[in-house]
Ligand binder design. Sequence first.
Ligand code: FMN
Length: 403
Amino acid sequence: MVLKDKRILLGVCGGIAVYKSTMLARAMIKAGALVQVVMTDAATKFVGPLTFEALTERACLTDENLFHTGGGVSHVEVARNADLIVIAPATATTIARLAGGFADNMLSASVLASKAPILLVPAMHTAMWESVPVQRNLTLLNPQQYRILPPAAGDLASGDVGPGRFPEVEDIFDAVCAVASPQDLAGWRIAVTAGPTREPMDPVRFISNPSTGKMGIEIARAAQIRGAVVDLVLGPTHLNPPSELATGSMNVRKVLTTKDMLDSTKAALAGADALIMAAAPSDDRPAQVHEHKLHKADLPKTLQMEANPDILKTLRPDFDKKVIVGFAAETTSVVESGQQKLVDKGLDLLFANPVDNGQGFGAAANQGYLLSKDGALVVVESQSKFDVANLILDQVLKIGKRK
Ligand SMILES: Cc1cc2nc3c(=O)[nH]c(=O)nc-3n(C[C@H](O)[C@H](O)[C@H](O)COP(=O)(O)O)c2cc1C
């Protein structure tokens, strides 16, 4: 939502990662942004401007445009028309140009003529990245205008391994959203729980549920984009948590059992302004955990269970002035059960959602009812979990201001 109608200048330089920035252009367009691509001469040797033109449905500007100022494509015009600039990949040469104030190609001239915020995404071989001139040049860029997304570490095109890799497109996309966002959660620390728990019976068997953690992961992502420092307590899932790279303010604590989740949530809650509990911790656990795998013939026909601690109830004395949000996944009497849970657990807000008919667990979209302590009920129509996350965070912000 934050990129809708944003005019983004995407600067593309001559690095091996150029092909990946085509996917970044596509993701930003899909999110509603108006993307103007400016390629350096070197970049056009890796991927043709036509590819970006087809993706953005507008002419891709190259160095040829620098000395052809007709038709509103002068570098000053391009600069004026950008709400936000993303340079991805940013090469060592372009970083040097910008640090030195050289306006000798279309990209650097446009960037130097703009006061818009800039996300710089350097990508290069580790030795280049760590070299004294590159590191010195980065310090010369105005920190009020530039946000530098550090490169990822990993396999490089050269076959070497180390820092310098172009980050995952999803992480760059989130960093772009953060630069475009009004940062209304800056100064907030938000603890989020997500995912199922596993309660082992022996080393190869456990009790669990179908939660994937998608809803909580999207809440953590949205909070991070809006400027919060996030502690995500995450149960076992195949989904990747939001990257710590995108904003540098995501701490992920991976847990297995409900008891682990309780301990980690207690630790995360200590410095938090809000706790959003989107996890589905197991209420009970097998009373006996066998050290070795049980053979088929030894499997009990009836499983003795014992109660896990109730995380919300246990942490209630620590709630203090924090905003506490719960979730209720229901198959019957969704609103009534949600209202009961809201009162019983002393919550400020609760999202009650039906989890039958293929909704809820693992789905990309969610729908339900947002219930508040003051009795308000908001019907949330089916929408992406990221959008639902933002609706919840809007309410958290409002309640937090009153507390
Ligand atoms: C195959 C190949 C891959 C390259 N990859 C990178 C790279 O990942 N990062 C980088 O800074 N330079 C890389 N270079 C060097 C740049 O292309 C070169 O410095 C060029 O002058 C950059 O110009 P520009 O900043 O105007 O795009 C690469 C060169 C070649 C031939």
